[in-house]
Design a protein around this ligand. Sequence first.
Ligand SMILES: [Zn+2]
Length: 171
Amino acid sequence: MCDEIENIKYEYVQSNTLRLEHEDETNETKDGFEVLCDNFLFYRRRKNKDSNYWVCKHKKWNLSMTIGFDGKVRSISKKSHSLQEMREGVNPADVHLPLTEFQILTLHFIKKVKLRCSTEDVGSNKIFEDEQNKLFKSLKTDEEKNNVASLIIIIQWVLGQITTWKGITIN
Ligand SMILES: [Zn+2]
């Protein structure tokens, strides 16, 4: 069991509350970040003395984990994510699936754009274009580009219209 916990891979990703001073190696409490683990996002519910308590962002099924400020996973709850696919008769808010590679790329993209818009003295359209170009350069096949392009269109619409996207709050 101890072995399993040590093998859990995760990464910190920017949250909506990220400010420039958080992007600093001394920010060991990871203020302004979320955890991405197994393609699920976790938000920080509690900050302890030397660890953070993170909970899956889906409102219904709360898988949780504790990660020390040293970066080591201390514990993870035994519950599963209880996956729910989208189908007839299922409330879209209840859908709970791991993020795809493209959704994760797009999530990073949109958060980068938002951070730059809030910190740089450059027009938001310019920043959007700039980051979009960078993102597309990182993609190899036309299929990848088409996938991401359609996600960006959805996200642009979502940002203007509603605040949730596949159960994930993005602003
Ligand atoms: Zn979950």
